[in-house]
Ligand binder design. Structure first.
Ligand SMILES: *[C@@H]1O[C@H](CO)[C@@H](O)[C@H](O)[C@H]1NC(C)=O
Ligand SMILES: *[C@@H]1O[C@H](CO)[C@@H](O)[C@H](O)[C@H]1NC(C)=O
Ligand SMILES: *[C@@H]1O[C@H](CO)[C@@H](O)[C@H](O)[C@H]1NC(C)=O
Ligand SMILES: *[C@@H]1O[C@H](CO)[C@@H](O)[C@H](O)[C@H]1NC(C)=O
Ligand SMILES: *[C@@H]1O[C@H](CO)[C@@H](O)[C@H](O)[C@H]1NC(C)=O
Length: 417
């Protein structure tokens, strides 16, 4: 009897150690980039409205116009202003490496960085790329221009090596900004933007950074994922961008997968969206956009939500507490994704403001209000998105779940011997 138990325990121990080893090697092959976020973040009413207007420019209310702008240069890509959520991380370009803070933006597909030759005020406070100082720089020279709500940035395409999270892409094409006029780039905490949308969204047929990582065999799997922490004072650890897969210790339960309905933006179809039990929309498309902080709703859906709260057109209403307010419920593939009101309503004394806004578009945009609650896997290979509630408390990978399990099993095996 006792022999059987010992043999069983030994078998379990062996299996656990083997599993731990395979799990550890899987996690070891993931490349992690720490995501930083703005220190003095406060969502003022002005900031929310300002960001809504910027998102409107990014997605272009007039599709015809935005497509023709795209043909001339890059897609419209607004920058967050100082008061908005800004998630950004460290990358390097060139040989020897020149370091830049970039916003990882799943809502666009190009990489751009200011050039050392840029004399505009917006470039002055940022790291700039010096092509002369890089031995791996290759000239291209094609002119590009990016239009913003209030201004534009323009410059020339260049080619150089780009490193993100320890992975180095050879011959990456990107935009070097030479001029910026009338933007609020001066206040941005990041130097440039690294687009993580699909190639179809990229201007000038430029191959996006992550697509090159796949093409050059740098990632174990054609998958990246975002873990964004959405809590107050965290400056240096705002989350992680993981290249090559997902870290299951950062979310609870399994990922719910949904196909990408149109591989340009990271667009998918929702079953329904509700406020508490009130159905707001059924079967609407939504876009997962790490470069946007708010949730953006189609106008009619925003009107429905505003009516529930008796909010004005900016989503402002009187309130005493967010505690009694209903959850925002997003149904995806028959799974409920709930966001408590304390996350989608910003309260300032007796005034509340919805962090759900509208730009008169017929799809939803799920920014950080959503992505901060749900770990998101961007699966390029299978053209699908995976969502799961974030494991906010701690990261099991730091503790080593398998180590603990192995120890427990070893202990039990010891008891039986
Ligand atoms: C959209 O843009 C096109 C091209 O610039 C223009 O001809 C058209 O009038 C615009 N439509 C609206 C509704 O603004
Ligand atoms: C980016 O990373 C490099 C190398 O680790 C480091 O020297 C540099 O200070 C970092 N930049 C910022 C702004 O943290
Ligand atoms: C760019 O790099 C070159 C070569 O290292 C150097 O001579 C030049 O001063 C740098 N330019 C700027 C503006 O830093
Ligand atoms: C520069 O890049 C553009 C856009 O990808 C491409 O069409 C053009 O041929 C390139 N020019 C050179 C000189 O490599
Ligand atoms: C967020 O921050 C507040 C205040 O610092 C803290 O009480 C709360 O537990 C934090 N929540 C999470 C999910 O970390």
């Amino acid at each position: 009897m006792s022999f059987h138990f010992s043999a069983l325990a030994l078998l379990a121990l062996t299996l656990t150690v083997l599993l731990a080893a395979s799990e550890a090697s899987k996690v070891a092959r993931l490349h992690r980039i720490a995501i930083h976020r703005s220190a003095n973040f406060k969502r003022s009413q002005k900031a929310v409205v300002a960001e809504r207007d910027l998102v409107q420019t990014k997605y272009g209310q007039n599709k015809t116009q935005s497509l023709s702008q795209k043909a001339n240069g890059y897609p419209v890509e607004p920058l967050s202003n100082f008061d908005n959520y800004q998630y950004y991380g460290n990358i390097s370009i060139g040989t020897p490496p020149q370091y830049f803070m970039v916003q990882f933006d799943t809502g666009s597909s190009n990489l751009w960085i200011p050039s050392t030759s840029c004399t505009s005020a917006g470039c002055a406070d940022h790291q700039t790329y010096n092509q002369t100082a890089s031995s791996s720089y290759q000239a291209n020279g094609t002119y590009f221009s990016i239009t913003y709500g209030t201004g534009s940035v323009s410059g020339y395409l260049a080619v150089d090596s780009v490193s993100v999270g320890g992975l180095t892409v050879a011959s990456q094409k990107f935009g070097q900004v030479y001029t910026e006029i009338g933007t609020n780039f001066v206040d941005a905490l990041f130097d440039g933007i690294l687009g993580m949308g699909f190639p179809a969204l990229a201007a000038d047929g430029v191959v996006p950074v992550f697509q090159n990582m796949i093409n050059q065999g740098l990632v174990a799997n054609p998958v990246f994922s975002f873990y964004l922490r959405d809590n107050g004072s965290t400056v240096n650890y705002g989350g992680e961008l993981i290249l090559g897969g997902s870290d299951p210790s950062l979310y609870r339960g399994g990922l719910t997968y949904v196909p990408v309905s149109q591989p340009a933006y990271w667009q998918f179809i929702t079953d329904s969206i509700k406020i508490g039990s009130t159905v707001v929309s059924v079967g609407d498309a939504a876009i997962a956009d790490t470069g946007t902080s708010l949730i953006i709703a189609p106008q009619a859906d925003f009107d429905t939500i505003a009516a529930i709260f008796s909010a004005d057109s900016n989503g402002v209403f009187y309130c005493t507490s967010t505690k009694s307010m209903p959850d925002l419920v997003i149904n995806i593939q028959a799974v409920e994704f709930r966001i408590p009101a304390s996350y989608y309503v910003e309260r300032d004394g007796s005034e509340c403001q919805l962090l759900i806004q509208s730009i008169n578009q017929n799809f939803w945009i799920m920014g950080d209000v959503f992505l901060g609650r749900f770990y998101t896997e961007f699966d390029v290979g299978n053209q699908r998105l995976g969502f799961a509630p974030v494991n906010g408390a701690f990261s099991l990978s730091q503790i080593g779940l398998w180590k603990i399990l192995a120890l427990v099993m070893a202990f039990m095996a010891g008891l039986w011997w």
